[in-house]
Ligand binder design. Structure first.
Ligand SMILES: [Zn+2]
Length: 295
């Protein structure tokens, strides 16, 4: 039985972890350092991979980093990770994030090409998409719907209304969401937004290991807040999705080694806390699969 289904049946709640910006430039040692302890505890980080990273006009396909590909494939076989699609090139088009543009055909082409690269490279099925900078247009939602992919993103009610494609919207869900969020600037309250045939999974908290990013909110306080949010979600048997970026823990794509030692200690302390609660440790692909099956 999948951990997601077990979580639903036993009402223990679910925990997923999304790691953005894995690309040609990521080294296996970064992932090994970051998740060595998490894997021992049974966590399944969802690796959000950029299929064809574009930098200064040059493209770097994930498939070309053979060492990383082999490492990730082994981890997939061991059920230690799953792969989700993170954009296409992680670049801008006419000063907009690539999946924020309104050109449906272009968006749909990028989505399909990126998915095909990941499915061929890792010999797995891609069912979840996350957009660079979390920026999506109505064209992107239309394309995701067409291709049956789940979206992992956070929405306020206003933003959701702005990008929903009018066709195939589940009106009763939308009415309920509007009634529950009278303020358009408030986040849609459910972790799962089931307003389209393919559900949207909202991430719950984003955590940076860096101590200097937000002097007003020291690192330890941010983790404390994450614990509070986790407990609240668990009580309601809702998935908790933690979002972070592996590269923030390292310097120069891992060449300088681990820089944020204290950040990693806090991440592992948080994961140990989560583990002790008996929560089901799941991946975003499993969450999506469970939702698609109507769990
Ligand atoms: Zn990104």
């Amino acid at each position: 039985m999948k951990d997601f289904e077990r979580g639903i049946k036993s009402a223990t709640g679910f925990f997923a972890l999304r790691d953005d910006d894995i690309s040609y430039f990521t080294s296996p040692s970064m992932l090994e350092t970051l998740y060595g302890s998490a894997w021992k505890q049974g966590f399944k980080p969802s690796l959000a991979i950029i299929p064809k990273r574009k930098i200064h006009g040059k493209s770097f396909s994930i498939a070309e980093n053979r060492e990383l590909v082999q490492f990730i494939k082994t981890k997939i076989d061991e059920s230690h990770v799953d792969v989700i699609q993170h954009g296409y090139a992680h670049s801008t088009i006419a000063d907009k994030a690539e999946f924020q543009i309104r050109d449906f055909r272009r968006v749909d082409r990028m989505l399909a090409k990126g998915r095909a690269i990941l499915e061929k490279t890792f010999d797995c099925q891609i069912s979840v998409f996350s957009a660079p900078h979390d920026a999506v247009s109505r064209a992107t939602l239309r394309s995701l719907q067409r291709r049956g992919l789940c979206l992992c993103r956070r929405f306020t009610l206003g933003r959701l209304l702005a990008v929903l494609p009018p066709e195939r919207v589940k009106i009763p869900y939308l009415v309920k969401a509007i009634a529950r969020s009278p303020n358009p600037f408030r986040l849609v309250p459910d972790t799962r937004i089931e307003v389209l045939d393919t559900p949207i999974i909202q991430w719950t908290a984003i955590l940076s290991p860096r101590s200097s990013d937000k002097p007003s909110a020291p690192r330890s306080l941010r983790w404390k807040e994450a614990k509070r949010l986790f407990a609240a979600r668990k009580n309601r048997n809702q998935p908790f999705v933690l979002l972070h970026h592996h590269w923030e823990y390292f310097g120069d794509n891992g060449k300088e080694g681990l820089l944020e030692t204290e950040g990693l200690r806090l991440l592992n302390a948080f994961l140990s806390y989560v583990s002790k609660t008996g929560v089901a440790k799941t991946s975003l692909s499993e969450v999506c699969e469970g939702l698609a099956c109507g769990s």
